[in-house]
Design a protein around this ligand. Sequence first.
Ligand code: IMP
Length: 423
Amino acid sequence: MAVDLLLGLQWGDEGKGKIVDVLTSKYNIIARFQGGPNAGHTLEFDGIKHVLRTIPSGIFHKNVINLVGNGVVIDPVVFVKELEGLDQFGLDYKKNLLISRKAHIILPTHRLLDAASEAAKGKAKIGSTLKGIGPTYMDKTGRNGIRVGDLEMHNWEHKYRALANKHEKMIAFYDVNIQYDLEELEEEFFQAVRQLKELQFIDSEAYIHQAQKEGKTILAEGAQGSLLDVDFGTYPFVTSSNTTAAGACTGLGVPPNKVKDVYGIFKAYTTRVGSGPFPTELFDETGEKMAKIGNEFGAVTGRPRRCGWLDLVALKYAVQVNGVTQLMMMKGDVLSGFKTLKVCTAYKYKGAQIQHLPYNIESENVEPVYTEVKGWDADLTGMTKADQFPKEFNDYVAFLEEELQVPIKLVSVGPDRKQTIER
Ligand code: IMP
C-alpha cells in the first residue's frame, strides 16, 4: 500500500496536528519522520486541548499504530513528560507507540549547546526553540550521535560520557554566560531514559516495509513547515531537518515510488515565529488583529507569532517542492470581518516583477505585489457544510486554487475536530 504525506507549507504552525487527528481514522499507521520537541501539534476534541511534541498525532485513536521514525530526534525528558500528559486519557501506548532504533537522542548538553550557540549569535540568532534540535542533527551528520538503539547496548553510557564531555568543552568555547548544573540535568535524563526503555524500540524501516506488503495504510506526519526546511527554507533561519516530502523518504525509509498523496496544509494568511525574512509581514493593526483573533502564540515557547497576508509566491514554491496533490486550508474563520483581503501574487525584485521565490527574500531585496479580493463578514466557525460558506469566501478559495493549480479539499473553520469541512 502506498504512503500518504501530510506537510506544512509555510513556516510551521499551520495546524498539522489537527488534520492528522481528523484523517487518522483512514489510516493504520501514523508516522512522524523528522523534527522533535521543537514541534507543538495541537489537537482539540470533546472540549479538551492537547499539545503533542514528538508523539505522532494519531495517538488518541486506539486502533492506530504511532511510529516515531528514524528521522526524528527524541529528548527522553520531554518524551516522558508527554507520556505523563497522556495518562489521563487511558491510552495503551506500550502497545501502539513504536520508536525507531535509528532515531537520535537529544542529550542535556545538546540543549545547552543550542542556548550557547544562540547567545553567541546575538542579534543574528535564529530564534530557535532551544530544544537542542540543531546540535543533535549536527552530531547525527557529524557521525557522533547517540541513537535509540544504543540505549539497548551495555556500553552506551561510556559513549554518552565522551560526547557530553566534548559538548562541555564546546559550550566553554562559545564564551557566553550559560548557567547549568549538569549533574541535575543528567539525573533527570537517565531517569527518563529508563522510562523510555519500557516502550517498544523497533527496526522501523523493516516494520514499514512489512506493513506496506500487508496492505496497511500509512500517513507520514511532518513537523514545522516547508519554508523551515534546511535545504529549501529561508536558510539560515530554518530548522535542521528536511521538512519537505523528501524528508519522509529518508526519515522513514519509504521509497519515493511508494508515496501517493501529498497533503499540503496552509493557513489562509501567514505566520512565522523566530527570526528570518517574511515578505508579507504586517506591522500594523491588521497584523495585530490577525494575531489576536487567530490566537497566534507559539504552542511550544508561547512566543507571539509574526502575522501577515498570504504569500502565494512562497506557497507555490512549497507546492512544487513537495509535489502537493491536495491542499487543506486552515483558519479561514480568522479572516472574517476584514473588508478587503490582500494576497501576494508576485515580488518586485531587482527592478523586475517575478513570480518565483528568489535566493534572497529579505525586505531590502523583495517587495510583495498584492492582489486585493473582497472579504466576508459571516462567522464561519459554526458552519458544518461547504454550501453554507459566503460567496466571498468561496471566491477567495477559488482564486487560490486557480493560482496554485491544486484543489483545496478541506477547510478548517476552528480548532475543534468537528470544525472541519470537506469540499
Ligand atoms: P529550532 O528547530 O528549534 O532550532 O528552531 C529553528 C527555527 O524554526 C526557529 O525560527 C523556530 O521558531 C522555528 N521552528 C522550529 N520548530 C517550529 C515549529 O514547530 N513551528 C514553528 N516554527 C518552528
